[in-house]
Design a protein around this ligand. Structure first.
Ligand code: 5AD
Ligand code: SF4
Length: 479
């Protein structure tokens, strides 16, 4: 880490990321760990000296996909291309030995999510001819050892950023591999999170999404050695000037504490969009899934959340065809979706994960039944998602303007409810939050019209002082 970059031959790393946002975050951290050793990220395998597959284990046939990708890379090597190959992420963690054995000669390093800070060392070992396999859960804190991105790199990553605050999970839902691949639940200390957040905000980030497999179980130590919950962490983050928005994902219903719910009432920077998976609406299936909450518990939690933040938009994950799911159980899932009304939803057919209790359950559901149920559920949630978009037409929403849009003169941004918003606005407003009148709703995005706008701080031209004053007054009224 102390080596001078100037002494090092420039090299290129291509990191292919599969799966969830936690992997997106981890891929950036791997790039940060490699940067002081002369590795520049590249967007293609063609000029890479190192290819890392950052894998995801949540979907079916995950390891087969890894093997076929390794096959493709082996062909490139056979054609004379010279690069190292690493497999990282949850498939590496769960099936490392199997990959090392089956892909001998096609892979140089297999390493789990807890080893990313040691990547430069792993590369050195691989270059010395070792087949590296690192899938232990070490006791040292990788976050202490991962270098911060330099400000220039952070700036190039945009206005919104992920920040992992918690890893692992102790819930052991009977369908899920996460407790096995990511290990026991751990939280990063408050000050460590704040330091990373300040670094990102200084580099221009306006919106942070706090990540964790079970993020609302967050319980990090603060500077005085006390334990802080996620609500308190968000309060501390909200003190960072320049940070406009905070989100977090993914949450378990049982960990929606009073403290966290209260934070949605008091913390303006916490956005009114909550991903709170229920998985099923049937108590019998929730029990078989070891979800540790009932249908009624979930609905009560949403009531408490809506009491604190009436406009909270709900998002969820649903699994159809869990072992033993009857027509009546599935009906209960449809009915909970109707009762809650989701702004967004992610639906899955149950699929067996070896090593999880669900894999050994009797009454596995036939594929055609799963397919039918998934189609019915998708029809319902798609209608709700579109309905939510349409319900925003005529409302004025604060939109964080993030980037140039698809057409010239257009910008793309996000509403507080995480909807993609397109509107016509000058590029200099990128990075600001503006009140936008929603005038149309499509399938995946909504369309807006900027009514009045405040200029970004330090702008030399202010089109109309009066407009800026009106915009500021409007925003104050809404608070
Ligand atoms: N089968 C189907 N869906 C699953 N998920 C996790 N494990 C499985 C599985 N074995 C879904 C859950 C979880 C989301 C990230 O993926 O809905 O919330
Ligand atoms: Fe998996 Fe989420 Fe259940 Fe943890 S709470 S076991 S991550 S589904």
């Amino acid at each position: 880490m102390t080596q001078e970059t100037s002494e090092i031959q420039p090299k290129r790393v291509f990191i292919k990321t599969y799966g969830c946002q936690m992997n997106v975050y981890d891929s950036d951290r791997m790039a940060d760990a490699l940067a002081p050793h002369g590795y520049q990220p590249t967007q293609t395998m063609d000029d890479a000296d190192l290819v890392v597959l950052n894998t995801c284990h949540i979907r079916e046939k995950a390891s087969e996909k890894v093997f076929s990708e390794l096959g493709r890379l082996a062909e490139l090597r056979a054609e004379g291309r010279n690069f190292l190959v690493g497999v990282a992420g949850c498939v590496a963690q769960a099936e490392g030995e199997e990959i090392a054995r089956r892909a001998k000669g096609r892979v140089d390093m297999v390493f789990g999510p807890q080893s990313y800070h040691r990547l430069p060392d792993l590369i050195a070992r691989a270059q010395a001819g070792e087949m590296v396999l690192e899938t232990e859960f070490p006791t040292e804190d990788k976050f202490e050892h991962l270098p911060a991105a330099n400000p220039k790199v952070n700036r190039s990553r945009g206005l919104t950023a992920f920040l992992t605050v918690q890893e692992g999970c102790d819930k052991f839902c009977s369908f899920c591999v996460v407790p096995y691949t990511r290990g026991a639940e751990t939280s990063r200390p408050v000050e460590q999170v704040l330091a990373e957040a300040r670094n990102l905000v200084e580099a221009g980030v306006r919106e942070l999404t706090l990540l964790g497999q079970n993020v609302n179980a967050y319980h990090g130590l603060d500077a005085r050695g006390r334990t802080a919950g996620l609500g308190e962490l968000c309060a501390r983050l909200a003190e960072i000037e320049g940070l406009a928005r905070i989100r977090y994902t993914t949450s378990h219903p049982s960990d929606m504490t009073d403290e966290l719910i209260e934070a949605h009432r008091t913390n303006d920077k916490l956005m009114p969009y909550l991903h709170l998976p229920v998985q099923s609406g049937s108590d019998a299936i929730l029990k078989a899934m070891n979800r540790r909450h009932s249908r009624a518990d979930y609905l009560r939690t949403i009531e408490r959340i809506k009491a604190a933040r009436p406009d909270m938009a709900m998002s969820g994950d649903f699994i159809v065809g869990f072992p033993g799911e009857t027509d009546a159980d599935f009906e209960a899932t449809l009915s909970i979706v109707r009762e809650v009304g989701y702004a967004s939803a992610f639906t899955f057919k149950y699929s067996v994960r070896p090593g999880t209790p669900g894999a050994d359950m009797d009454d596995q559901i036939p594929e055609d039944v799963k397919t039918e149920r998934l189609a019915a559920l998708n029809e319902l949630v798609t209608a709700q998602m579109r309905g939510f978009g349409r319900s925003c037409v005529g409302r004025t929403l604060d939109v964080l303007l993030e980037k140039p849009g698809r057409l010239p003169g257009q910008l793309g941004g996000r509403s507080p409810y995480l909807q993609a918003v397109h509107l016509e606005a000058p590029e200099r407003l990128i990075g600001t939050v503006q009140p936008v009148l929603i005038v149309g709703a499509g399938n995946n995005s909504i369309e807006g019209k900027i009514v009045t706008h405040a200029e970004p701080k330090g702008a030399s031209v202010i089109e109309s002082q009066a407009f800026a004053a009106i915009a500021a007054a409007e925003r104050e009224n809404r608070v």
